[in-house]
Design a protein around this ligand. Structure first.
Ligand code: HEM
Ligand code: NAG
Ligand code: NAG
Ligand code: NAG
Ligand code: NAG
Ligand code: NAG
Ligand code: NAG
Ligand code: NAG
Ligand code: NAG
Length: 324
């Protein structure tokens, strides 16, 4: 009897710690070990964003790319090595920018709290601060992520949704990361800021079905405007995803999508699913009482929990671009 009780207790402990380990991010994680971490990150990020506000979009996207590949473990920050091509050297990395911000923040944090704060946490905080500093939404970031030491180029290709995904594929891609259809439409709203290379959508405007045609679901006037800016084989020109307000975090994205001016098929696809379509319609109206900011904050916290390493898993990297 006593043995069975002990065994049950042991099972309970194993179960308890296993689960605690899987989800023990906490708002005050560094309270004792690095109480000033949030102000250091905020200040250093602001020194970049105040000079180059367009970096906010890049840093938001970098956090998304980190979380969708191997969880939010800082793997997107690792450099390739002699025998490994890392995520940041994969095709979807095109236009990943802002690595210098992460490096500067990490250096500043290490000065006050050596080997304490993970690169994954730093990226989550920097993305939040950057968005908030361009007057976007603000959210509390649960902390305690640890850094992975594996980064594989090909995994970016297989885990990140490409711009030509349809609604069914997007829903599946997000579901595979524990995100629902609402998270999909809310987080796609991140495209209210930032830019895209022509090469991410030239097929859509020049050769959609292989007969030198454009996607019929895109506003033909917008197709013409994009063609004027993007020659068919251009790989360097960039366009604003939310023209005229690409540096303002607002609900314009949903207006654009409703007007069939979403830049990617993945943007247009939001009109093809009942839940996402309803959200687009509701938030593209100019009634001014949109819940988009609160929704975005909630979905970012959810995204920031994808596949995190906690407890004694992983490591605290000293330099964000190399494993210890
Ligand atoms: C739903 C699936 C998504 C697809 C297919 C997608 C695709 C893309 C593509 C193709 C680009 C342009 C890259 C280039 O050519 O330069 C881009 C840019 C961007 N994406 Fe997404 N994205 C998605 C979701 C998200 C999410 C969840 C976020 C963040 C919450 C996000 C934030 C951004 C931002 C801010 C940019 C602009 C980056 C810059 O200005 O440097 N995207 N996205
Ligand atoms: C970051 O600093 C700004 C002022 O520069 C302040 O308004 C904001 O609350 C700070 N955010 C955090 C998370 O500390
Ligand atoms: C990582 O790669 C970047 C870009 O090639 C480079 O600037 C940086 O110095 C590298 N990091 C380290 C620690 O070598
Ligand atoms: C790859 O290189 C690292 C050092 O950069 C080494 O530790 C590791 O064993 C190598 N792995 C393989 C599979 O060659
Ligand atoms: C989405 O794309 C997949 C893969 O190409 C295809 O099988 C599916 O029929 C498409 N769904 C819709 C609704 O177009
Ligand atoms: C358009 O697509 C078709 C089929 O994929 C291809 O054969 C053709 O070369 C493409 N045309 C151009 C101009 O790229
Ligand atoms: C979407 O809405 C249409 C019309 O409102 C309805 O016919 C259809 O069954 C709905 N589809 C799903 C998957 O809910
Ligand atoms: C990666 O980290 C694990 C511990 O999490 C360690 O056992 C392994 O040796 C590390 N691999 C490399 C290549 O650094
Ligand atoms: C910003 C960045 O790291 N870009 C790299 C993306 O990957 C290509 C190779 O696929 C590299 O040439 C770029 O330097």
């Amino acid at each position: 009897m006593a043995i069975i009780t002990k065994l049950l207790f042991l099972c309970f402990l194993v179960f308890f710690f296993h689960h605690a380990n899987a989800q023990n991010l906490a708002l005050n994680f560094y309270r004792r070990t690095c109480p000033s971490v949030e102000s250091i990150v905020n200040r250093t990020t602001a020194s970049f964003i105040s000079r180059a506000p367009s970096l906010a979009a890049a840093l938001l996207r970098m956090h998304f790319h980190d979380c969708f590949v191997r969880g939010c473990d800082g793997s997107v920050l690792l450099n390739s090595t002699a025998n490994n091509t890392a995520e940041r050297d994969s095709i979807p990395n095109l236009s990943l920018r802002g690595f210098q911000v992460i490096d500067a923040v990490k250096t500043a944090v290490e000065r006050s709290c050596p080997r304490t704060v993970s690169c994954a946490d730093i990226l989550a905080l920097v993305a939040r601060d950057a968005v908030s500093q361009i007057k976007g939404p603000f959210w509390q970031v649960p902390l305690g992520r640890r850094d992975g030491n594996v980064s594989i180029s090909n995994e970016a290709l297989t885990n990140l949704p490409p711009p030509f995904f349809n609604a069914t594929q997007l829903v599946a891609s997000f579901a595979a990361k524990g995100l629902d259809v609402k998270d999909l439409v809310v987080l796609s709203g991140g495209h209210t800021i930032g830019v895209s290379h022509c090469s991410s959508f030239t097929t859509r405007i020049y050769n959609f079905t292989g007969r030198n045609d454009a996607d019929p679901t895109m506003d033909p006037n917008y197709v013409a405007a994009l063609k004027a800016r993007c020659p068919p084989t251009d790989t360097t020109t960039i366009v604003q995803m939310d023209p005229g307000s690409f540096d303002r975090f607002d609900t314009d994205y949903y207006t654009i999508v409703r007007k069939r001016r979403g830049l990617f098929e993945s943007d247009a696809a939001l009109l093809r699913n009942n839940v996402t379509n309803a959200y687009v319609q509701q938030h593209s109206s100019s009634s001014g009482s949109s819940s988009f900011f609160q929704d975005f904050a909630a979905s970012m916290v959810k995204m920031g929990r994808i596949g995190v390493l906690t407890g004694t898993a992983g490591e605290i990297r000293r330099i964000c671009s190399v494993a210890n």
